[in-house]
Design a protein around this ligand. Sequence first.
Ligand code: IDP
Ligand code: MG
Length: 133
Amino acid sequence: MIEQTLSIIKPDAVERNLETDIKEYFIKNKLKILKAKKVKISKEEASEFYRVHQTKPFYEDLCSYLSSGPIVVMVLEGENAILKNREVMGATDPMKAEEGTLRKMYGISIDKNSVHGSDSKENATTEINFFFK
Ligand code: IDP
Ligand code: MG
């Protein structure tokens, strides 16, 4: 099934000029970039975006981090794009991510893990609408 998912290149990766490399890696992995824009969001917007994590101990830091610098938000499209993007990204903790995944290649730590990807069809729709509507 052809799906769309939301991807974010997080501040640590934008800061290290990894935008082009990451985009090329998605394309190489059959994830087409339908839309892309570079934005800087407020802490309030980050808190809204990550509201599913509001009970987690790392929520405050997470929202501060996502709003700390420019990010690149993208709509990716492809066959099973939601799961495919999660596979291309790798595990949340770069230390646990498999070889050949973006987080293994570029992630610095569990919080500075370079990329975000929607985790379900429902969240993909919500997250795409959050940035592109
Ligand atoms: P995901 O990004 O792989 O979907 P989630 O569990 O949805 O992982 O967590 C969202 C983001 O919160 C992660 O990408 C990571 O940056 C951060 N995070 C997750 N778990 C921890 C933690 O235990 N400590 C600090 N940050 C975390
Ligand atoms: Mg998640």
